[in-house]
Design a protein around this ligand. Structure first.
Ligand code: BES
Ligand code: MN
Ligand code: ZN
Length: 493
């Protein structure tokens, strides 16, 4: 069940709710809007604050039990001493949603005193993040033992156009991230290239976008020997899915978003070691991010043209699989010597980048779980941002910061290019261990012709293997936020 979000314009003490969440800054005093609620609780909140049992530290919570009607429970959530930002609101709402989930409450109301529009947006995104789950494949407990899942989130805020727009934007981003997370969590036998066709079709139908779906023979006709060599070892039909959103003037060059969609990456003939190979179901996170971003863009009805392109397949060893030493030809005519079949993402992206040119991009940005090396270099807290165009890179970095998905710029100097020179083809698909993320980015650049390009390596950030407190472990939704903020900023400019 997807969550339904609503915006209510009533005094916080007048709501009827199983759970009223109140977000408070450090060392809080009782907000005057809560006087009525505090009376209902016989002064328990004021006493608690007076005793400093609740101090409003970041992620601190305190639950109050009320009566059977009106406000049945109050949850105070601290947001700490730092200035109130959209990110702080998001974090507090996520903590609240996780608590509501533990209590088994299907409805909660969120109240942040003096919330501005941006904070309302953050509250909605946070509620979506904290309540996200993927229960599809687990048998549910018997009805009597089951705890309800959060289904309805209401934000209590003032009524003005800015708040309403921010609320709608929050819903768009939350639902876009939910799409990306769901795809990221689905096992490889559930999320297949066909799943991207289905999800792409749903998004296209919902928002009146153009949809193109290519299969093996279509891609062969376009000469996509690079993408297709990755799909050589699987019986599944590989898919290229393109969504075209035309919110801007006709003829306006679009922002093109590109995603790596490996539904599973065994490594192929250069097979990966068994330990932790199961994580490689997340190797479609770039493509999931493109789908989520297109959903958000469609909901936001932004006045700009945006194209989303994903390439989806599964990297499998087989008697037919591509081998180290093989040479393949991409759709721009360039030849590639396959050194390691596990460097497959860049082979898929190469043909997507050539395909992108037909849309005459204003800029293309790809997101890919491309290299283990970026996890070594930047860990799980920063997206690797690569571009030969500093202005474009800065624009994407700003979008990532705004989204709470920070990136870090990486060099793309020519010196590194030596590492991917081949004796038999135009280039090799790997450049050895040194600077592995950079040589991957330089490989991609070989397929970009005539438009600014930024590559996002999200291998460290698309999935969290540990519970982050406010974000449950699992898929994080990155890079949906970065894509949406980038497109939003362009639409405003
Ligand atoms: N999908 C992986 C990247 C990856 C590895 C993400 C580990 C997260 C954790 C990618 O297709 C891959 O296998 N890359 C190789 C490239 C190498 C063979 C040059 C890698 O990073 O080991
Ligand atoms: Mn690989
Ligand atoms: Zn991969």
């Amino acid at each position: 069940m997807p969550i339904s979000y609503s915006l209510v314009h009533v005094a916080p003490d007048a709501v009827e709710t199983p759970l009223l969440v109140v977000v408070l800054a450090a060392d809080p005093s009782l907000p005057s809007a809560l006087n009525g609620i505090d009376r209902q609780l016989n002064g328990a909140i004021a006493r608690t604050l007076g005793r400093r049992d609740f101090r409003g530290g970041r992620d601190e919570t305190m639950l109050f039990v009320g009566g059977d009607a009106g406000i049945q429970r109050v949850l105070l959530v601290g947001r700490g001493a730092a200035p109130l930002t959209r990110a702080a609101a998001r974090r507090a709402a996520s903590i609240a949603a996780r608590q509501a989930g533990k209590l088994g409450l299907s409805t909660m109301h969120l109240y942040l005193p003096d919330a501005a529009a941006a904070h309302v947006e953050g509250l909605v995104i946070g509620a979506g993040a904290g309540s996200w789950s993927y229960p599809d494949l687990q048998t549910q407990p018997a009805e009597k033992d089951r705890r309800a899942r959060l289904e309805q989130v209401a934000v209590v805020a003032s009524d003005n156009a800015d708040v309403r727009a921010a609320f709608a934007a929050g819903v768009a981003i939350a639902e876009g991230q939910a799409i990306a997370k769901r795809l990221g969590q689905m096992p490889g036998n559930y999320c297949t290239p066909e799943t991207f066709v289905e999800v792409g079709r749903e998004i296209a139908d919902r928002h009146g976008m153009g949809l193109t779906v290519l299969g093996r023979s279509d891609m062969a006709a376009l000469g996509m020997g690079s993408f297709l060599c990755v799909a050589q070892g699987t019986t599944q039909e590989p898919r290229l899915v393109a969504l075209e959103y035309n919110g801007g003037p006709e003829g306006q060059r679009p922002v093109v978003l590109i995603g790596k969609g490996l539904c599973f990456d065994t490594g192929g003939i250069s097979i990966k070691p068994a330990p932790e190979m199961e994580w490689m179901k997340f190797d479609m996170s770039g493509a999931g991010g493109v789908m989520g971003a297109m959903e958000a863009v469609g909901q936001l009805k932004l006045p700009i043209n945006v194209v989303g392109i994903i390439g989806s397949t599964t990297n499998m060893p087989s008697g037919d699989a591509v081998k180290p030493g093989d040479v393949v030809r991409a759709s721009n005519g360039k030849t590639i010597e396959i050194i390691n079949t596990d460097a497959e993402g860049r082979l898929v992206l190469a043909d997507l980048l050539v395909y992108a040119k037909r849309f005459n991009p204003a800029i293309a940005i790809d997101a890919a779980t491309l290299t283990g090396a970026i996890v070594v270099g930047l860990g799980h807290s920063a997206v690797g941002v690569f571009s030969t165009d500093k202005v474009a890179a800065d624009e994407v970095l700003a979008a990532g910061d705004a989204a709470g998905e920070p990136g870090w710029p990486m060099p793309m100097w020519d010196d590194y290019r030596e590492q991917i020179k081949s004796d038999v083809a135009d280039m090799k698909n790997t450049g050895g261990r040194a600077a592995g993320s950079i040589t991957a980015a330089l490989f991609l650049q070989e397929f970009v012709d005539g438009f600014p390009f930024v590559h996002l390596d999200v291998a460290g950030t698309a999935y969290s293997q540990s519970d982050l407190g406010w974000i449950p472990k699992g898929p994080t939704g990155t890079p949906v936020g970065t894509f949406v903020e980038f497109v939003r900023a362009r639409a405003r400019a």
